[in-house]
Design a protein around this ligand. Structure first.
Ligand code: AMP
Ligand code: MG
Length: 417
């Protein structure tokens, strides 16, 4: 079945200017999360997508224990200031195995199991020793300074859900359950190449009319941040035969193929045509700036993103479309949407209604307030604008020009991995 048939959300859309939200919705509707998994020792699972729920077999902590250094007491013994007999000590990992009776207390360290009979811990600093006895001041609260069994993790209650990306805290949590290995989704394989007759590779002298290929390097960086397996297929010339070979090879080896360049309407823009010939192109014109020509489709089992050639457009379309798609196909089910924050425009911003714009911005603090300004020149070939930016200023589809002082939405670039 063609992907176009599976995507009813595109019915009645304007093929010359698909809205960003529609495009995102349509891409999502075509994709299927991968199902293959692998077992990994937990350290190797850092950053990977968990493939099953983690359900504790034990309570953490396993026993009621002390949260402080002090004395474990029976709260019912305390009446105003009370002197108690110290009958032993409990250390972390060394249990006091006697019973604590009325009028008695046990010296206790942080993490030590609460001795049988005690229910409350009095911190050392407020106590004093008098004629060999421990004097507890008035005003203690029942059960204070005690950590209860299962207060962190409860046996039988799921703590991590399948589809979550495993972060440092999760590794620690899994380790706290004594679990040494987990099942994760296999990594996505993403093949990519740059297209263009004008592209020179690093190491070669720059001939007249050539530019060094930078897109494969930004792609490398952005894909690395997402933790996928990369297949870098280099630069392919604007030649239908070579492009066809590249597309076929790429789609056989990978889950997703990403290309840059050649999706516009120029004489040598063969990328989109070939995608359509070898597979299917769902759409290729989006109402956005930068990034208007961006083709999405499929060849065989691989999904295709034909990104524009302009270096800024590559990064914008990657962050707005490819990132979401790759995380979805990776099996993520936690919420990985990039938060839209509000900041006040520090300067007027040019914008026309009818397309979503992603201006490169610098979010900065002005006294107590966060403001945002652009990085200056916003041409889609000015890669410096991405390097200097710490955020995108997201100007919504319907919005027109923005006056200084108006609130605008921003996406932090650091939130995009
Ligand atoms: P295209 O979409 O192929 O027409 O390319 C649009 C613009 O982006 C042209 O100015 C290209 O020279 C430039 N461009 C395309 N690919 C790359 C690349 N890999 N690295 C740097 N610039 C590129
Ligand atoms: Mg080109």
């Amino acid at each position: 079945m063609s992907i176009a048939d599976t995507v009813s959300c595109l019915d009645g859309y304007d093929p010359n200017a698909l809205r960003v939200d529609k495009a995102l919705q349509a891409i999502r509707a075509c994709l299927t999360p991968i199902s293959e998994t692998e077992d990994l020792p937990i350290r190797d699972a850092l950053g990977r997508v968990l493939a099953h729920d983690i359900v504790p077999a034990i309570n953490v902590p396993a026993h009621d224990n002390s949260a402080m250094d002090g004395y474990a007491v029976r709260f019912s013994d305390l009446q105003g200031e009370t002197a108690l007999d110290e009958v032993g000590a409990a250390f972390a990992g060394r249990v006091f195995d006697g019973k604590v009776g009325p009028g008695q207390c046990v010296r206790i360290m942080t993490g030590a199991v609460m001795p049988t009979g005690t229910d409350t811990v009095v911190i050392q600093e407020v106590t004093r020793k008098e004629s060999g006895r421990i004097v507890i001041p008035a005003g203690q609260k029942a059960k204070q300074n005690v950590r209860y069994a299962g207060e962190d993790l409860k046996a039988g209650v799921p703590v991590l859900r399948a589809g979550k990306r495993i972060r440092a805290a999760d590794l620690g949590l899994i380790a706290s359950l004594g679990i040494g290995s987990v099942k994760v989704k296999r990594k996505l394989r993403v093949a990519f190449f740059a297209t263009g007759d004008e592209l020179a590779s690093i190491g070669a002298p720059l001939k007249e009319g050539e530019v060094y290929d930078s897109n494969r390097y930004t792609l490398f960086g952005m894909l690395s941040d997402l933790g996928v397996d990369l297949i870098d297929l280099g630069v392919v010339r604007d030649d239908p035969a070579q492009l066809e070979k590249a597309f076929k090879g790429a789609s056989e080896k990978s889950d997703v193929v990403i290309t840059t360049g050649g999706v516009s309407v120029g004489e040598a823009d063969f990328t989109r045509e070939l995608m359509a010939k070898l597979g299917e192109v769902l759409f290729w014109k989006i109402a956005m700036r930068p990034g208007r020509p961006m083709a999405f489709g499929r060849i065989g089992n691989a999904f295709l993103f034909g990104l524009p050639g302009n270096p800024v457009a590559v990064m914008v379309t990657f962050h707005q479309f490819v990132r979401d798609a790759l995380l979805y196909v990776s099996g993520r089910t936690d919420d990985y949407a990039v938060p839209l924050l509000k900041a006040r425009a520090a300067e007027p911003l040019r914008k026309v209604p009818g397309r979503t714009e992603y201006q490169r911005g610098i979010l900065f603090r002005d006294g107590a307030e966060w403001k945002v300004k652009t990085t200056g020149q916003q041409g889609s070939g000015v890669l410096r604008s991405m390097s200097e930016a710490n955020c995108f200023i997201v100007l919504e589809h319907e919005r027109g020009k923005v006056d200084a002082g108006e609130p605008v939405s921003v996406q932090l670039l650091d939130a995009l991995a």
